[in-house]
Design a protein around this ligand. Structure first.
Ligand code: NIG
Ligand code: FE
Length: 419
């Protein structure tokens, strides 16, 4: 039994409590429900009480000897950050491509020449399961160090049944062995593997007829994601794959309108995707359709920066009523970072989210994008005790002092994992 933790006197305790359920839109994204001189009692891995220090003292002073007391005077306390879009379980690294892009090659040039996703696929295919666990553990540790306590993780560097399953099993193993919560997504449709070049439809059939049934039967994924992009999967192929996944109980997600406009946002609304990712080139009609269907826009400003592209129109999307989440997109090509605080800063700088919206997008709305909002993403009684203590005084300061890691301590399910 671990000791209860009693965090007291937080300058700002950002709870993100709200009477409305479901992803937050418009003004609700700015509703952080901050408690000044805030306090929270964590026990059995769960948040047992949230309120002002004075309120909690009425109940818990009698038990204060049992608990580890954390004095948060002058500090910001938030829910653990949630990263709803990562490709974290991959083999190897691609630093040479970074140089190639600076020399003028584009992301798609590199991929079409057999690099990019194909390069990581080769390295992931040859890595043993233990080796992938070892490499992924390092990245998960780095996520925790940056205040992230839940991540989504995609397969998609196998592009054959055996390796796709290996990636998903690595994530399942880490869900059991590592403090991080990892929510798995099947992404066999991340690229057409080089051995299927010219036979794209056969690969789509392989995903539908052979991969999806096994992934679902072994209960290895919750979501099914597709890279709908010019030269990768067409909207028609993407729709077939996502509809097939639905028949197996897998919820659709879609990498949409990243490099070229391709009606990806419209498709996300049509298939009832929980979220659409990237959306750099999403059309006005697509944004409107997403708002009408309540599809969450999962925006990845670090990827846009890294590829030297203009970021998605986050401000426009929020004003149009689309619920917005943000994410690192942690992957070895277009965004090799684990820093959600950096992503929060970039959401403000390059997409004109306010600091409050950015924090909501990295916590509660991010949890909604992976259907985990009943457990994580806000500080509410009964939810998991996933909490970050930051070495800043308020959430505005967290967003303003950029490029620095302000994490002081992190608790995952009530156990201190950082600091
Ligand atoms: O979300 N866009 C496609 N997939 C990833 C990049 C994967 C890679 O380059 O390895 C993304 O950016
Ligand atoms: Fe991605």
């Amino acid at each position: 039994m671990t000791k209860p933790i009693w965090i007291k006197h937080a300058a700002q305790l950002v709870t993100l409590q709200h009477e409305l359920a479901g992803p937050r839109i418009k003004e609700a994204m700015s509703h952080l429900a901050i408690i000044e001189d805030g306090s929270v009692w964590l026990e059995d891995g769960i948040i047992q009480a949230v309120g002002t220090t004075k309120e909690l003292e009425e109940t818990y002073t009698a038990r204060s000897d049992e608990a580890e007391i954390v004095d948060a005077t002058g500090h910001l306390v938030t829910p653990g950050l949630v990263d709803p879009h990562t490709h974290v379980a991959f083999g190897g690294s691609r630093e040479r491509e970074f140089e190639m892009r600076l020399e003028g090659a584009t992301y798609m040039d590199i991929m079409n020449a057999g690099g990019g996703i194909h390069a990581t696929t080769r390295m992931t295919r040859t890595a043993t399961e233990d080796e992938l666990v070892r490499q992924t553990t390092k990245r998960l540790d780095s996520f925790l160090a940056h205040g992230v306590t839940t991540v989504e993780g995609k397969s998609g560097y196998g592009l054959d049944l055996e390796t796709e399953l290996k990636q998903l099993r690595v994530m399942k193993r880490l869900q059991a062995e590592h403090p991080m919560d990892i929510v798995p997504t099947f992404m066999g449709a991340h690229a057409v593997p080089t051995e299927y070049k010219g036979r794209e439809e056969e690969y789509v059939d392989l995903i539908i007829n052979e991969m999806l049934p096994v992934v679902a039967k072994e209960n290895l994924a919750k979501f099914n994601d597709v890279f709908c992009e010019v030269g990768v999967f067409t909207p028609e192929q993407s729709e077939r794959i996502l509809e097939a996944g639905k028949l197996h109980g897998l919820v659709p997600k879609i990498h949409a309108d990243e490099i070229e406009p391709y009606q990806g946002a419209e498709l996300a609304a049509k298939v009832g995707a929980v979220s659409a990712e990237h959306l750099l080139k999403a059309s006005d009609e697509g944004i409107q359709a997403m708002a009408e269907q309540g599809v969450i826009a999962c925006l990845l400003p670090a990827t846009a920066l890294y590829l030297r592209e203009t970021a998605a129109r986050g401000r426009v999307m929020i004003d149009a009523g689309v619920p917005v989440a943000i994410s690192t997109d942690c992957n070895p090509g277009s965004s090799p970072t684990t820093s959600m605080p950096l992503v929060m800063n970039l959401a403000c700088i390059s997409m004109r989210l306010t600091p409050a919206e950015s924090l909501c997008a990295a916590t509660y709305n991010a949890a909604c994008a992976i259907q985990m909002e009943d457990k994580v993403g806000s500080l509410e009684v009964g939810k998991q005790a996933d909490i970050v203590l930051w070495s800043v005084q308020n959430y505005q300061e967290l967003q303003y002092l950029f490029g620095v890691n302000h994490v002081q301590s992190v608790w995952k399910k009530g156990v201190k994992v950082v600091g």
